[in-house]
Write a protein of this length. Structure first.
Length: 130
């Protein structure tokens, strides 16, 4: 398995971790009875940490399909190389750094790190298209 696919696999591990972190934080606020219920009806707004973890998860899930598709296309088309290697690493590293920044509510740096993850995707797309 090539390096880019390892980055995809670790991105999937990150996604599972973010699901667990967000759901654990919500359960800590609403209780395990809520967690095991149908979750019908209105709940109190989420506290800052669980809300941020949920938004960070949603943010990952917006870019992750594009990243995975780009890597798969690059692998299938035999277009992997330095651009996809560094692009995949940049994406994964930025997404790992992004999570605690978002959880702590750090605004500007978080956005810059998010932009780095998009640069990683762009590098992978560039390798495919040019």
């Amino acid at each position: 398995m090539n390096f880019e696919l390892y980055c995809v696999a670790w991105t999937l591990v990150l996604a599972v971790a973010q699901i667990l972190m967000a759901s654990t934080a919500r359960t800590a606020q609403y209780g395990s009875k809520w967690n095991m219920s149908a979750r019908d009806g209105e709940q109190a707004p989420l506290k800052p940490l669980p809300a941020r973890l949920l938004r960070a998860q949603a943010n990952l899930f917006e870019t992750m399909p594009i990243f995975i598709a780009a890597i798969l296309v690059a692998c299938i088309a035999n277009r992997t190389g330095a651009l996809t290697h560094w692009g995949a690493l940049l994406y994964l590293a930025a997404r790992i750094i992004y999570l605690p920044l978002y959880a702590m509510g750090i605004p500007v740096v978080r956005t810059l790190v998010w932009m780095v993850s998009l640069v990683g995707i762009a590098m992978c797309l560039f390798a495919i298209l040019f």
